[in-house]
Design a protein around this ligand. Sequence first.
Ligand SMILES: N[C@@H](CCC(=O)N[C@@H](CS)C(=O)NCC(=O)O)C(=O)O
Length: 229
Amino acid sequence: MKEKLKLYSYWRSSCGHRVRIALSLKVIEYEYIPVNLLKGEQFDPDFMKINPMGTVPALVDGEVVITDSFAIIMYLDEKYPEPPLLPRDLHKRALNYQVASIISSGIQPHQNLAVIIKHDKLHFCFFVRYIEEKTNGEEKIAWVNNAIRKGYTALEKLLVNYAGIYATGDEIYLADLFLVAQVHGAMIKFKIDVEPYPTLAKCYESYKELSVFEDAVPAKQPDAPAPMI
Ligand SMILES: N[C@@H](CCC(=O)N[C@@H](CS)C(=O)NCC(=O)O)C(=O)O
């Protein structure tokens, strides 16, 4: 029997969220392997063999090991072409790449709650926690807000003339996976609302109606804490 794909992820990771949507859209079965980022499990030697960067997500497909959500999604799209995550139209395709890139390199790294190991102890130190440690909580909030709002402003300008029901038209493509995970995460973790960005807000409303998006939400993952009653 063919082994299922394995996805190493963490329920709150927005990078993992993007990949889960791709798996869900393409109806690919997979095994979910939680890596608790707050406990520093990303630095366990066994996980570091899979991803020496010590981040999630990571995908294992037999002998093939892929880290980085963008690369994982592209791999899935090539291996399982239906439904395609890139439009045929070159301009639209480029828009999709831009959205993915703005979010994965222009926004997410600035809000990443990264952890390093210092003096043999887990130490939250990169970007967000580092700023908090070196300054104060207000500076941290300002830093994250600034990075996210700058990114959202750029995305709004980029998409205003091209969006339909979704980011680049009436079909779901790569840009949507990145956008939904970003907007959802920023709202829950940093209370940053997308309302001031009407195109992004309209797309986000459309995603909420789709069960493939609903199944991938962080709170529904096996490692998410049980809801408080
Ligand atoms: N470019 C990478 C970024 C991966 C990344 O930063 N993952 C975060 C979660 S969204 C993480 O594992 N952070 C834990 C840490 O940095 O210690 C991707 O898209 O997969």
